[in-house]
Design a binder for this molecule. Structure first.
Ligand SMILES: C[S@@+](CC[C@H](N)C(=O)[O-])C[C@H]1O[C@@H](n2cnc3c(N)ncnc32)[C@H](O)[C@@H]1O
Length: 194
């Protein structure tokens, strides 16, 4: 009887905390679809090195395949919501891989300048916040892959279209094209003001 109550209260608590964090972060921990994950993983070279930051890792649907695909890279999976973070952390501790690090932090408050590659599946509001942050912080040779949502005022060098209702497009960016379009944006802004 005590165990039944304990399980019930734990499940209800987990649901309430998850809902609360969905409101705080602006997005639930819904996973990328199988097709979009396959497309993202396939597009990353096997010899990708350096730091790969996954911004908002959810339950780890992308973090684990990313770390396995790129053994030369260190994958840092950021997740703020405690419930998915706990399962992600537990799974990483038990099963590895050793090049995956799971952190419970707000990626918007982190220094992302060490990234060779940033991967995310977020929502339009977060892409807007990331647009300026990534331009200011990422190195010129860094790459960004965004599932479904474009980074405003950046120009992707490749867009993969999928027959997938949930995740119809994958946007690939490098900093060169991003910075060029940012300059265009600043030029336009300047011409309006002056
Ligand atoms: C749509 S899920 C994506 C999960 C995973 N990346 C995937 O593709 O399967 C987005 C996740 O980002 C997390 N998130 C949103 N904003 C965040 C922030 N500022 N810092 C850390 N995690 C965040 C949410 O909690 C949610 O779990």
């Amino acid at each position: 009887m005590f165990l039944d109550y304990f399980i019930l209260i734990s499940v209800l608590g987990a649901i309430v905390v998850s809902l609360l964090y969905t409101v705080i972060t602006g997005i639930s921990p819904v996973s990328s679809t199988f097709q979009s994950r396959k497309e993202i993983i396939k597009s990353i070279p096997l010899d990708q090195a350096g730091f790969i930051y996954e911004l908002g890792a959810g339950w780890g649907a992308l973090a684990f395949p990313l770390a396995r695909r790129c053994p030369k890279a260190k994958v840092v999976a950021y997740e703020l919501s405690p419930v998915p973070w706990f399962f992600l952390k537990l799974r990483a501790l038990v099963m590895g891989p050793s090049n995956l690090r799971v952190v419970r932090r707000d990626f918007l408050k982190e220094d992302l300048s060490g990234a060779s590659l940033v991967v995310c599946y977020l929502y339009p509001g977060a892409m807007e916040k990331l647009s300026t942050k990534l331009v200011l912080e990422l190195k010129p040779n860094a790459q960004v892959i965004s599932n479904t949502f474009e980074i405003p005022s950046w120009t992707p060098y490749v867009i993969h279209s999928l027959e997938d209702v949930m995740c119809p497009k994958i946007f690939h960016y490098n900093m060169e094209s991003a910075i060029t379009s940012m300059h265009q944006f600043i030029d336009i802004l300047f011409s309006i003001i002056v």
